[in-house]
Design a protein around this ligand. Structure first.
Ligand code: GUN
Ligand code: ZN
Length: 433
């Protein structure tokens, strides 16, 4: 049958490399800026970008004067925590006990798990996020519902049932045998199905026994392409607790290393309270830190040392960490990242920030051949954005003198209200008129 050919016109922006910490003008070689271009998509994949209009056998979508970016990649987010987003007054361990654990218990109910997954996935798309690394709950049904929902939407999702067999309430605790059996079923059903990958999902070291960590490590050694996701070194009280629970480990990060859980597909959220040896271990193993700025500010966890991690050779990707984070919007997330760096005397450009939420995230996940840019062959996962929303942003946009100034104002003032359309694998999945 004839290929499905679609062409989108607008201001195309993506990245060919990491712009690094250079000033905006010096970062331009990594920036691919193609205003008033056509992006050509065939059978769900990007084939080219060009200034001239394609022929009549292409279905055309005119977004003149709008910004077209690769879909955002959120490398750490909790689907059930939309139920507790914006909860008042606590740091990590209290927040888990008071708000998060009670909310997650409800996901034992298949109806709650199913409805929650649809709400969450549609919300991702309505914020311009087309790929994500996601925690559902400990209940196998919550992982099933989430992965099935992503599959139905054609999304590049990485997720797995949460592993937690101690230090958590009844109704939210598994055990090694049942977690092992559930993992087997879910891996067979979902790992490599469509665009999905399975992730061994250790909640964090305090809620897994050493036996459960070892079980997760066995799966990582056995199944090619399996991901691992967890939390590390988020909060000082948490770090002290891990030191008590695992006296044999050199550090919090070392707990995961000893269990065989660190490799190039390991995604660890936060990584605020690390030392040089930890940073070197991340670099050696290829594991990445999912920087979660909104959450770090909201839960009062600390200021992330982005430059030190990268100087050591470790990968950093961007994450909302909803519901510790307070928005699924990657613009808001990146604006918070800018402010966290500003507090440490470091300037994050809009180029570096947007790279981290697109190609940078893809590279850290080993998926740059599929997502994160407009390279030919990539999946047509993209978003169409208004350059401004509301009178203040419109006013500011009109005054911007160059690309970086315009983009930075868009990033700091913008959010999901700027979004016009989200496409996944060449299909429109979210539209606003
Ligand atoms: N550490 C363990 N569980 C969680 C969680 O749900 N959110 C965050 N931010 N940190 C965690
Ligand atoms: Zn988290």
């Amino acid at each position: 049958s004839a290929p499905v050919r679609q062409a989108l016109f607008g201001d195309l922006l993506d990245f060919t490399a990491d712009p690094g910490w250079a000033a905006p003008a010096d970062a331009l070689p990594a920036v691919r800026w193609r205003p008033d271009h056509w992006l050509l998509i065939e059978d769900g994949r990007i084939v080219a970008a060009q200034p001239q209009a394609p022929g009549d056998d292409w279905q055309r979508h005119d977004h003149a004067g709008r910004l077209i970016l690769p879909g955002f990649i959120d490398t750490h987010v909790h689907s059930p925590q939309l139920d507790v987003i914006a909860s008042y007054g606590t740091e990590l361990l209290d927040w888990l006990e008071r708000y998060t654990f009670p909310a997650e218990r409800r996901y034992a109910d298949p109806a709650v798990a199913h409805a929650g997954a649809q709400t969450f996935l549609d919300a991702l798309l309505a914020h311009g996020t087309t790929s994500a690394v996601v925690f559902p709950t400990v209940h196998a049904v919550s992982a099933d519902a989430l992965l099935a929902g992503a599959h139905a939407r054609g999304m590049r999702l990485i997720a797995g049932k949460v592993l937690m067999d101690r230090h958590c309430p009844d109704g939210l605790r598994d055990d090694v045998a049942s977690a092992d059996a559930d993992s087997r079923t879910l891996i067979e059903r979902w790992h490599g199905t469509g665009r999905l990958s399975y992730a061994m999902t250790v909640r964090f070291a305090p809620t897994s026994t050493p036996e459960q960590l070892a079980m997760a490590g066995r799966w990582m050694a056995e199944v090619p392409g399996l991901y691992m996701q967890t939390h590390v070194a988020e909060n000082r009280t948490e770090v002290a607790w891990v030191a008590q629970l695992f006296p044999e480990a050199r550090s919090y990060l070392d707990v995961y290393h000893r269990a065989g859980l660190l490799n190039g597909r390991a995604v660890l959220a936060h990584g605020i309270w690390l030392d040089d040896t930890d940073r070197a271990l991340l670099a050696d193993t290829g594991a990445q830190i999912a920087h979660s700025p909104s959450s770090n500010l909201f839960l009062g966890s600390g200021l992330f040392g982005w430059q030190a991690l990268e100087a050591a050779g470790a990968h950093v990707s961007m994450a909302s960490d909803v519901g510790g984070g307070t928005s699924l919007s990657m613009q808001r997330t990146l604006a918070d990242a800018y402010k966290i760096q500003a507090l440490q005397g470091v300037r994050l450009t809009a180029f570096k920030a947007l790279h981290a939420a697109t190609r940078g995230g893809a590279e850290a996940l080993g998926l740059a051949h599929e997502i994160g840019s407009f390279d030919a062959g990539c999946s047509a996962d993209l978003c169409v954005w208004d350059w401004s929303h509301g009178a203040v942003a419109r006013h500011r946009d009109a005054l911007a003198q160059d690309l970086h100034e315009r983009l930075f104002a868009w990033l700091v003032l913008g959010d999901e209200r700027n979004l016009r359309a989200t496409w996944v694998a060449g299909q429109p999945r979210h539209q606003r008129d």
